[in-house]
Design a protein around this ligand. Structure first.
Ligand code: ADP
Ligand code: ZN
Ligand code: ZN
Length: 732
């Protein structure tokens, strides 16, 4: 009897690599369920909300053990075929359980079974093409024609009026929108005054024209423009054109780069509905943005990496700003690359994708060299500001205290005298990264990690930056009782307080995760900087992200050495990007900026190439090195990480994993390891890793599926937590 019934393959938010089979609600009752629809199903002792990802004729599960879907949550699919395809592809490519991908990336309220809902009222209007189609008597289904007639007659119509007009209006309206016969016209602000738009310089015009010529087809671009060269201006023009043609734009921004200023700039410049999606939103707000993007009531979605999973009714343009930024790669759970998925999405949608950066990733540069991506250059700062001067300061020969050398102090005093502002960058928060006994050498360490505790003086605590551990500060050595306990090294807190002591009247602010943890505190800080209430900001890499401070003319990198000797093969690339991004904050207004780079290694080849010859030359050399070492982008990697409370368990699992690989060797694939992770113990767990090195993506993807299946059935796998990271960005 059940043999004739379709089998619904349901993705559930559990760490299982396949969907689960269910029968439809009741034989022959409700209309057939389509893929992309949420259903509530019995699962274990409870029920769960999942998404139908496929429909099959038969199941491998015995018929009598198949359960029925309890409830169909959505009257029509929540996810369109394009989004479902992307999610399934991502699950396959990154080898992450399908349910955690398909269901796990939905906004929380949708995961709980809530209906997609936008918070604001929305109006719809017929387009010129729609009005013409109506006049010519075209226009498919009678309901569509009816709605078109109502809209043409009334000018526009709200959702509430539509619901009163015709109960099932959403589907025909979506069909009308898909044909470009109708469009949402919600709360459109007045078009911005033409005078608000700067006249594009020739390089900007060339970039805009190149992309505009490709609207409607897939084409990846790398917009390579120094900081302040007017990349955002290029985005704004492209978005405006896209929206004018009835399409939507998705703009991905790094985690810390999505500032209220940026949103305000988008809203002020675009006469369309812009919605945002980021971690600062409430669940209701997230749902609202998601829904408006999916329904097409929003024209532009600006968001951090998870926004790449928001369906769009009329996709037309994809932008990834600061594409080199690490935050586009999720580092835990489902380890996807939002940048790479944006390119996949653009390809599926037949739309251009613009990857913008002042410091493009080596991957992007190599793709340009191979002719896969097209490069657009913005070589000069917009509005004619001169590039900043970079001075490398050799710390070995100078008075130096609490991170500040004499040259820097003098430069700060001059900057303040001119009523200009300074940014000081140090990549560590807290007061000091070590507390050490001068008598016996004891160091305050975390009990649960292979890491020192960082001193946070204001709060009077020592904190581990890798787990939640914290302790009160000690003034007496717990090992020998000596009172000669010293704070070693520098953090933002220490530099800020040293600055205040050193230069009287200097108004100093801190910008790091501690200082901006409370909601709204980053905004308040940015406001103070813009209002000129601050002379110097001491901050972590937060400073490097997209902020535009026109009055900043001095930037100091307090410890350029930190990144010169990293263990990760990407360490130098990251360091170069960070240095240039921070330096790019200097002199963005009409005044020239100066960058001071403090180092004990002024002759280091990286600094020399970067400062004297620039980022391009640095990249060319770095790519030659990577090529020689057979590292990405000339190879494809995957990293298996394992951790456990027992010291040996991770390594013995990974040894078994390696044995599985050597039992079935694959051409072009080698497995290296296992080795303990760079920080072997974290949060009380021992960690180890195994690197899979393949000559190409294809070779890697041919190897992984069977191998992962083999790993899952290893007895030693049950003693560890393990995960796989495809195209890892950090090797820790
Ligand atoms: P980026 O995104 O590359 O850092 P922005 O687009 O933010 O650069 O531009 C930097 C500054 O230059 C902004 O204040 C912007 O308004 C201004 N600007 C951009 N393009 C032009 C232009 N063509 N003429 C004058 N000013 C411009
Ligand atoms: Zn001691
Ligand atoms: Zn710890």
């Amino acid at each position: 009897m059940t043999g004739s019934e379709p089998i619904l393959q349901v993705a559930l938010p559990v760490p299982v690599r396949h969907p689960f089979d269910y029968l439809p609600p009741r034989p022959g009752s409700a209309p057939p369920v389509r893929p992309g629809t949420r259903v509530r199903v019995p699962f274990g002792r409870t029920s769960a909300v999942g998404v139908v990802v496929g429909i099959a004729r038969a199941s491998a599960v015995e018929a009598r053990r198949l359960k029925r879907v309890r409830e169909v949550v959505d009257p029509e699919p929540l996810l369109d075929p394009a989004m479902l395809k992307l999610l399934l592809w991502a699950s396959g490519y990154f080898h992450h359980p399908v349910g955690e991908v398909v269901v796990g990336t939905l906004p929380k309220l949708l995961r709980l079974g809530r209906a997609p809902k936008a918070e604001r009222t929305v109006r719809y209007a017929a387009t010129a093409a729609g009005a013409q189609a109506l006049a010519e008597g075209l226009g498919g289904a009678p309901v569509q024609r009816h709605l078109l007639g109502v809209m043409v007659g009334a000018g526009s119509i709200s959702e509430a009026e539509l619901a009163a007009e015709h109960r099932g209006w959403r589907r025909p309206m979506r069909a009308l929108i898909a044909k470009d016969w109708a469009q949402p016209v919600s709360d459109r602000p007045d078009p911005p005054l033409p005078s608000d738009r700067p006249i594009l310089n020739p390089a900007q015009s060339r970039a805009v024209e190149a992309v505009e010529a490709c609207l409607g087809e897939f084409r990846p671009f790398v917009l390579d423009g120094v900081t302040g060269s007017g990349k955002t201006e290029v985005y704004l023009r492209l978005i405006a054109t896209t929206v004018a043609r009835g399409r939507q734009a998705l703009v991905l921004i790094p985690e810390i780069g999505l500032t209220p200023q940026l949103l305000a700039r988008f809203n002020a410049r675009l006469s369309c509905r812009v919605v945002a999606l980021h971690s600062g939103l409430s669940d209701g707000e997230r749902l609202s943005s998601w829904t408006q993007a999916r329904d097409g009531t929003a024209d532009v979605l600006v968001g951090t990496r998870s926004a790449v999973f928001v369906p769009l009714a009329r996709p037309g343009l994809f932008i990834v700003d600061e594409e080199h930024d690490l935050s586009f790669k999720q580092q835990d759970g489902f380890r996807y690359s939002a940048r790479d998925l944006a390119v996949v999405r653009a390809r599926d949608a037949g739309a251009p994708v613009v990857l913008g950066s002042a410091t493009p990733s080596l991957e992007a540069i190599e793709n340009v060299r191979r002719g896969r991506y097209h490069r657009l250059d913005l070589p000069h700062r917009a509005g004619g500001a001169a590039p900043p001067r970079i001075d490398v300061i050799d710390l070995r020969a100078r008075p130096f205290d609490s991170g500040l050398c004499d040259v820097l102090v003098e430069a700060l005093e001059q900057t303040k005298a001119r009523s200009e502002q300074a940014l000081l960058f140090i990549n560590r928060r807290g007061y000091a990264p070590r507390l050490m006994c001068h008598a016996c050498g004891w160091i305050a360490d975390c009990d649960r990690c292979d890491a020192h505790l960082v001193l946070h003086r204001e709060e009077g605590r020592m904190r581990c930056h890798h787990c939640a551990a914290e302790r009160p500060i000690v003034s007496e050595c717990p090992a020998c009782g000596s009172k000669n306990v010293r704070r070693l090294g520098l953090g933002t807190e220490r530099v800020a307080s040293a600055l205040e002591k050193r230069i009287t009247g200097l108004r100093v602010a801190r910008m790091d995760r501690d200082a901006t943890r409370r909601r709204g505190s980053l905004e308040a800080l940015l406001d103070r900087v813009h209002a000129g209430e601050v002379d110097a900001v001491v901050g972590t890499q937060m400073l490097a992200k997209g902020h535009h401070f026109p009055n900043v003319t001095l930037v100091a990198i307090l410890d350029a050495d930190a990144g010169l000797f990293g263990i990760d093969f990407r360490a130098t690339e990251r360091m170069a990007q960070l240095l240039l991004q921070v330096a790019g904050r200097a002199g963005r207004g009409d005044r020239t900026g100066r960058v001071l780079l403090q180092t004990h290694h002024p002759k280091h080849p990286l600094l020399r190439v970067l400062v004297q010859e620039g980022y391009r030359k640095f990249c060319a050399e770095a790519l030659t090195e990577r090529h020689g070492a057979r590292l990405p982008p000339f190879a494809s990697l995957a990293l298996v990480r394992a951790e456990a409370l027992q010291r040996d368990a991770p390594q013995s699992f990974l040894r078994d994993a390696e044995a599985c690989a050597s039992a079935h060797p694959h051409p072009g694939v080698s497995v290296l390891g296992p080795v303990p992770s760079p920080m072997e113990r974290r949060a009380g767990r021992y960690r180890a890793q195994l690197l899979v090195d393949a000559t190409s993506r294809a070779a890697l993807q041919r190897f992984l599926p069977q191998w992962i299946a083999a790993l899952e059935s290893l007895p030693s796998a049950r003693k560890v937590r393990w995960s796989i990271d495809v195209d890892p960005q950090e090797m820790v």
